[in-house]
Every structure is written in structure tokens, then in C-alpha cells.
Ligand binder design. Structure first.
Ligand SMILES: Nc1ncnc2c1ncn2[C@@H]1O[C@H](COP(=O)(O)OP(=O)(O)OP(=O)(O)O)[C@@H](O)[C@H]1O
Ligand SMILES: [Mg+2]
Length: 326
């Protein structure tokens, strides 16, 4: 439960930094793709530092889970920091889901109200990735054993990181990639499908340029970014206090019907979305995902209507195309 490290330490990577702010502001899941040493793990570890504080209700829920798991530090009151869990890719499906003879909560539940960070995403077993489906869909996880079943809350925000290929250098500007095209395809296919469907924000990260590492302009700190996040969260809290939004706390949780109601666009934005829908061959799901992200962009900017700028930005973060085609 140490204080999270600061975003000011991350040089360059403007798009990935921005994606982390959007993720914190709208509750979106993120996938970072990049060569080794570009700052993926650095960014992921800094997310908890810009998230809104736990509500009292969340603190009680989190404390309960840690208590059941036998992981509550002695002599402390309610847990006050959002959990950050980063299970190793060798973690079994059971370790992620929980269960066992005593029905201990797993990583998915220990990350409830916080962040589940899956580094080296394609290295997780298929079974382990499969376990994520229910919590990503329902915010809870049911573990059944011969002795019965238990359901635990597991509403976490997923942050995943991966290299673009097995060797890590596919698409690198200077270092050659040693993977065959079919090896690249196979590596990426491990994370296709239902998981990608749940990712609103995907960013491909370039290597940091030398000059970016040595710039004298300081990067924005976590404190600065957190202010933006909290302002955007306040806008959402007001909007979703209205009837018809029960259980919705942030834009990522909007249902299809709700998306239609809260994502009103300027005429130019609507034209842009229509054109992109046709030319990119977007699915209805991708369409809604873009609108949720655009809603968060507009909330950060303090705008009611989604404008062209918000749509353009949201269109950059689609995951499916980045992972499945290359
Ligand atoms: N954008 C950056 N700004 C400043 N330092 C960086 C940046 N990216 C990487 N570094 C330095 O490189 C180290 C490794 O970065 P990090 O662990 O985030 O890389 P990664 O992208 O997760 O790589 P891998 O694919 O190997 O996991 C950091 O501890 C830091 O010293
Ligand atoms: Mg890493």
C-alpha cells in the first residue's frame, strides 16, 4: 500500500500517458503494446496514483475481501488505497479466479475497486485469460468446487501490456525483428476475441527518443493529472445520479442504450463517425466503444456535446485492428 510512483518520471509517450488519463477518468480498460523498455510497466504502476479515492462503500468492500483472503495488515482500519494487483503470467486460472478448499478470493477479487495489471499478456495461459471473461462482463466472479460455490465482487480496471511479438521488436524503427510473420500472428492471436472486446483504449508505444529522455521540460505530475481526472469524474457522477443510470459510475460502464442517450454529437462529429464506420468497417460494438471513449474525452474537456476532436481522438485507440492486423 505504498504511495504510487509519479507520472512525472515517465518521459515522452504522450499518447500512452493520455490513454492512462482517459482510463482513470472514464474507467476504461487499457492495453499497452510496445518494445521492451518503452515504459509500459512504468505507466501501469502509476495509474493508481491518479484514480479517484475509494468511496466509503468501496473501502468496506475492499477491506472485506482482504479480510476473507487473510491479507489484511493487523491493527489497521479500512483499506484506503485502491488495490493494484499484478499477478505473474504463470498464475493459474485458480489463482486468478480464487477458490480452493477455503474459497479464498483470487487476484480478480483482490483487484476489486482497483487495478488488475497483466504484464506480458500473451504469456498468460488460455485458461487464465478465460477466467477474466465473467468479471469483465459482470464485475463479479463465481467459484465453484465440490463443496459448493462462492461469488466475490471483482470490478477491477484491467491494464494489460504486451510486446508486439515474441522477440519484442516487430515494427521497431531500428532493431530488426527475428520473428516469422506466422510467429507474430500466433503470438498475437493468444489475446484475440472476448478480451480485446473489453478494451476501450489500446496504444502502440514507440521507443523513447534520446532527446525526450533528456528534455528539461518536466512531464505532468500525477497530482496535475489527478486533478483532471477528478473533475471529469465529478461530471460523470452528476450525470449518472439521474434515474436510469443505477450502478453506473463512469463512462466505461454505460450500456448500449445509455450510450445513445449520453453521447450526443455535433453534426460534424456525426459525419466523421459515419464515414469511419463505413470506411473502417466497424462493428456495432466498436461503434459504442468509440462513443464511450469520446464521452470521456469530452468530459475531460468540460464539453456537453461530443465534437469532431473527441471523436478523432477516440478513433485512435481501437484495439482489435492493432492486435489482429499488422
Ligand atoms: N518513457 C520512459 N521514460 C523514462 N524512463 C523510461 C521510459 N521507458 C522506460 N524507461 C526506463 O526503463 C525502465 C524499464 O521500463 P519499463 O519496465 O516500463 O519497460 P516495459 O515497457 O515494461 O518493458 P518490457 O517489455 O521489457 O516489460 C524503467 O525503469 C526506466 O528506467
Ligand atoms: Mg514491462
Amino acid at each position: 500500500w505504498n504511495a504510487a510512483p509519479d507520472f512525472a518520471d515517465v518521459m515522452g509517450q504522450p499518447l500512452a500517458r493520455r490513454a492512462m488519463v482517459l482510463a482513470a477518468a472514464g474507467g476504461h480498460n487499457v492495453l499497452l503494446i510496445g518494445a521492451p523498455g518503452t515504459g509500459k510497466s512504468m505507466l501501469a504502476k502509476r495509474l493508481p496514483g491518479i484514480l479517484p479515492p475509494l468511496t466509503r462503500e468501496e473501502a468496506v468492500e475492499t477491506t472485506k475481501i482482504y479480510s476473507i483472503a487473510g491479507q489484511l495488515p493487523k491493527g489497521r482500519g479500512l483499506i484506503s488505497a485502491r488495490p493494484f494487483r499484478s499477478p505473474h503470467h504463470s498464475a493459474s486460472a485458480a489463482a486468478l479466479a480464487g477458490g480452493g478448499a477455503t474459497f479464498r478470493p483470487g487476484e480478480c477479487s483482490l483487484a476489486d475497486c482497483g487495478v488488475l495489471f497483466l504484464d506480458e499478456l500473451p504469456e498468460f495461459s488460455r485458461d487464465s485469460l478465460e477466467v477474466l471473461r465473467q468479471p469483465l462482463e459482470d464485475g463479479q466472479i463465481t467459484v465453484s468446487r465440490a463443496a459448493g460455490s462462492a461469488t466475490y465482487p471483482s470490478r477491477f480496471q484491467l491494464v494489460a501490456a504486451m510486446n508486439p511479438c515474441k522477440c519484442g521488436y516487430y515494427g521497431h524503427p531500428t532493431r530488426p525483428c527475428t520473428c516469422s510473420p506466422s510467429a507474430v500472428r500466433q503470438y498475437r492471436s493468444r489475446v484475440s476475441g472476448p478480451l480485446l472486446d473489453r478494451i476501450d483504449l489500446c496504444v502502440e508505444m514507440d521507443p523513447v527518443a534520446f532527446d525526450e529522455l533528456h528534455t528539461s521540460t518536466p512531464a505532468e505530475s500525477s497530482a496535475d493529472l489527478r486533478k483532471q481526472v477528478l473533475a471529469a469524474r465529478a461530471v460523470q457522477a452528476r450525470r449518472y445520479a439521474a434515474p436510469g443510470y443505477e450502478g453506473v459510475h463512469c463512462n466505461a460502464q454505460l450500456t448500449a442504450g445509455q450510450v445513445r442517450r449520453v453521447c450526443r454529437m455535433t453534426p460534424a462529429a456525426e459525419r466523421l463517425l459515419r464515414a469511419s464506420y463505413d470506411t473502417l468497417g466497424l462493428s456495432a460494438r466498436a461503434h459504442d466503444r468509440i462513443l464511450r471513449v469520446a464521452r470521456t474525452v469530452a468530459d475531460l474537456a468540460g464539453k456537453q456535446l461530443l465534437d469532431e476532436e473527441a471523436l478523432l481522438e477516440a478513433l485512435q485507440y481501437r484495439a482489435q485492428e492493432k492486435v489482429e492486423t499488422f
